[in-house]
Design a protein around this ligand. Structure first.
Ligand SMILES: C[C@H](/C=C/C(=O)SCCNC(=O)CCNC(=O)[C@H](O)C(C)(C)COP(=O)(O)OP(=O)(O)OC[C@H]1O[C@@H](n2cnc3c(N)ncnc32)[C@H](O)[C@@H]1OP(=O)(O)O)[C@H]1CC[C@H]2[C@@H]3CCC4=CC(=O)CC[C@]4(C)[C@H]3CC[C@]12C
Length: 262
């Protein structure tokens, strides 16, 4: 039987989503994207899930859209007949952000759609020989995963423009230097490091984590004064929770806090 194009497993409180077409460097398919949307829905709705890791099988993250199937079945048909709204591609987290932290664990290539989905993640770990790039224009394509908007907001403008316009690939070390990824680890260690970070997050108060993420997301681009109003609203809700009582109590009693998410 054919393998599913993405695998989803719960490891402790972390949902691990693995893009799974190693023979095509995990190039995206409709099936892969719909499994990913189901996984994102689970992250948002399942209280057992406190964090999520996105990775790829077989030593690759993702080589972007499947160029071979694109030449058989041109995407512009779905754009023009209205069957697909490209302003929101949930599988790629374009127009949707998760309510819980998402950590990318990148081994090997993260090219085009692979670097595009990376921009929807919160914390990014790359193996030393990982490669990044928004290379759609090399094939006459537009980076429809949102990079023309999102990349210049996430890294310095001139570097974003350079990557978007040249389509060139960069190494993990360069990606860390420009702030596209935060951690570079030896090859084969990206998932392990991502899970370590996930476990640190999972040990924190889940309401505090969700409120911090919501504040980051909802205040993006806002004037500071307006932003602080939301910051205060979300923060006060956390302070009113049982978990915010449990944390200081655990400190005083010299034990680990037992958070219940309420
Ligand atoms: C527009 C949005 C995104 C577009 C893109 O991402 S374009 C893709 C650009 N990709 C690349 O430039 C990478 C190409 N690959 C490489 O450069 C190299 O392979 C590599 C650096 C990744 C790896 O090198 P390597 O030496 O290790 O390995 P290789 O030997 O080269 O490869 C091994 C093996 O893998 C095959 N391979 C690699 N990459 C691909 C690939 N991208 N596609 C297919 N196959 C690949 C390679 O051929 C080798 O195999 P072999 O048998 O040996 O030949 C899109 C983002 C989302 C899309 C929408 C999603 C929803 C939709 C649904 C619909 O029904 C309609 C369309 C759409 C709306 C869709 C539209 C487009 C998007 C918005």
């Amino acid at each position: 039987m054919a393998e599913p194009h993405a695998l989803v497993s719960l490891e402790g409180h972390t949902l691990v989503v693995t893009m799974n077409r190693p023979e095509a460097r995990n190039a995206l398919t409709g099936e892969m994207l719909s499994i990913m949307v189901e996984a994102w829905d689970r992250v948002d709705s399942d209280d057992q899930v406190r964090s999520c890791v996105l990775t790829g099988a077989g030593g690759a993250f993702c080589a972007g859209a499947d160029l071979k199937s694109m030449s058989r079945n041109a995407p512009d048909k779905s754009f023009s007949n209205g069957s697909f709204d490209p302003s929101r591609i949930e599988g790629l987290l374009k127009g949707r952000r998760l309510t819980k932290p998402l950590i990318a664990a990148v081994e090997g290539p993260a090219i085009a759609g692979g670097t595009e989905i990376l921009q929807g993640t919160d914390i990014r770990v790359a193996a030393e020989s990982a490669k990044f790039g928004v290379s759609e224009p090399r094939w006459g394509l537009f980076p429809m995963g949102g990079s023309a908007v999102r990349l210049p907001r996430q890294i310095p403008y001139t570097v974003a423009a350079d990557l978007l316009l040249t389509g060139r690939h960069i190494t993990a070390a360069e990606a860390r230097d420009i702030g596209l990824v935060g951690h570079v680890v030896p090859d084969g260690q990206a998932l392990a490091r991502a899970l370590e970070l996930a476990h640190l997050i999972n040990d924190n108060g889940p309401l505090a984590i969700r409120a911090i993420l919501k504040t980051i997301r909802d205040t993006e681009g806002m004037h500071e004064e307006e932003a602080f109003k939301l910051d205060a609203k979300y923060g006060i809700e956390v302070f009113a929770s049982a978990d915010a009582k449990e944390g200081p109590k655990a400190f005083t009693e010299k034990r680990k806090p037992h958070f219940q998410g309420r």
